[in-house]
Design a protein around this ligand. Structure first.
Ligand SMILES: [Zn+2]
Length: 437
């Protein structure tokens, strides 16, 4: 049985989806004002693997991940680059999609843009005001945190500490320093009409409203980076509870952060590593291997040395698979079957809150067996086992073998056994050109 760590309860719990055969999941997506970096890539890879595993288990999955395309950072960057906000967000939405695919992840089933839901957000905020959960001030509309009984339950924030800890901004207008903006009135940059003046929705409201509009009821999994737990997820949840009268999600999943050389990635330190730069130097599957080689809740301390280490690991796996594939093609191994005992172990590890590091230990064991196996039928079965596991992790290379290449290979073997070294060399370079030597 699948068990997942739920950030809401701080426990590993048996996972039972709300619908019998369907898993609904929403993962907070990027604010599109720059190229995606390695930290952004981590949830993109992890939740892709989660979806693939749910499909492997036989579920249908509805995976929604939003695009935040209205934000102060977007407005500032658009000004700096002398672009319209939509030109900037189109550019970086494209980068996000391109990089998601380049990293070997499938696109979510739906990628709603915040700006496509503004009328619904305005209506939602009007309803919050009517019910007494939000109030209007000249600078915008604020959510009344004091009216939510268990506010802080997700992020385990102590309310008194929160009261003291919240940064004092516009507090002369807020009833309570914890109250957050659901609508910001402004005449600067991208703005929309509302009963409270021109402005734009608050980020926490965007996600709450898109969930409400798309799913209309409680979902199975709400996910994102661990840095989103507070205030973003706490505030999304607070709005859903009072507006929609149900919980936002049964399970909250948070992916650990990614540091670079022991430091948090930040513009001021200048240590932002971009996915597009990484992919000029490394195979995307090697990077995926690094990501899934660490448990999703643990932080990753990324470094060039670590990347090189995982690139070597991936290379070992890839070489073993390719060699086996060639042998299977030459020996015409038909319909290989994954080994049940290994697939059972794979499922046990995955069911244990996605213990993929243990899955990788299993894969390395299988690769050793693959390298040693002489019997073609057994070789095929081991290959198939690794293939089915790596497909769930999204790191299985695709090999294609043509009859012509196979014939070349056979000819090469023949030339060698005939000691016709000149011919063998010619054939070898042809095979190298085709990537099979
Ligand atoms: Zn969100």
């Amino acid at each position: 049985m699948l068990k997942l760590y739920n950030s809401l309860t701080s426990k590993i719990e048996p996972f039972k989806p709300i619908h019998e055969n369907l898993i609904t999941m929403y993962v907070c997506g990027p604010t599109v004002y720059g190229d995606i970096h390695l930290g952004n890539a981590r949830p993109v890879i992890f939740f892709d693997v989660a979806k693939r595993y749910f499909k492997y288990l036989g579920y249908d999955v509805q995976f929604v991940s939003n695009i935040t395309d209205v934000d102060d950072k977007i407005i500032d960057k658009a000004k700096e680059l002398k672009l319209k906000e939509s030109e900037l967000t189109d550019l970086y939405t494209k980068n996000f999609i391109d990089m998601t695919l380049a990293l070997g992840s499938l696109l979510p089933d739906l990628m709603p843009k915040a700006t496509d839901f503004v009328p619904q957000m305005v209506k939602y905020i009007e309803e919050l005001i009517e019910e007494g959960y939000a109030y209007v001030r000249p600078s915008g509309v604020y959510f009344r945190v004091a009216k939510v009984a268990d506010y802080g339950v997700l992020s385990k924030q102590n309310i008194d500490e929160l009261n003291q800890g919240v940064r004092i901004t516009l507090d002369d207008e807020k009833e309570d320093p914890r109250d957050f903006s659901v609508w910001k009135t402004t005449d600067d940059g991208l703005k929309f009409k509302s009963p409270w003046g021109d402005g734009r929705p608050g980020w926490h409201t965007e996600c709450a409203v898109m969930n409400h509009e798309i799913f209309g009821s409680e979902i199975d999994i709400h996910g994102g980076g661990s840095d989103l737990k507070f205030p973003h997820h706490e505030n999304e949840m607070a709005q859903t509870v009072v507006h929609d009268h149900h919980h936002l999600a049964r399970v909250w999943m948070h992916v650990g952060r990614l540091d670079v050389n022991n430091e948090k990635m930040s513009k001021s330190i200048g240590n932002i590593s971009l996915v597009k730069d990484l992919l000029t130097a490394y195979d995307p599957y090697a990077f995926r291997l690094l990501m899934v080689g660490h448990h999703y809740r643990q932080p990753i301390n990324y470094s060039d040395d670590l990347m090189v280490q995982f690139a070597k690991e991936y290379d070992k796996i890839e070489r073993a698979l390719k060699k086996a594939f060639l042998t299977m093609s030459l020996e015409e191994v038909m319909r290989p079957m994954a080994l049940k005992s290994y697939m059972d172990q794979f499922e046990d590890h995955m069911n244990d809150d996605f213990n993929i590091p243990n899955v990788m230990t299993l894969v390395y064991e299988l690769v050793k067996l693959l390298n040693k196996e002489k019997d073609p039928k057994m070789l095929g079965d081991i290959y198939q086992t690794i293939k089915e596991i790596l497909e769930v992790l999204g790191i299985m290379p695709i090999y294609k073998m043509t009859e012509a290449t196979l014939n070349l290979y056979r000819e090469w073997e023949q030339a060698r056994s005939n000691k016709d070294f000149i011919r063998a060399d010619q054939l070898r370079s042809e095979l190298t050109e085709r990537g099979w030597m």
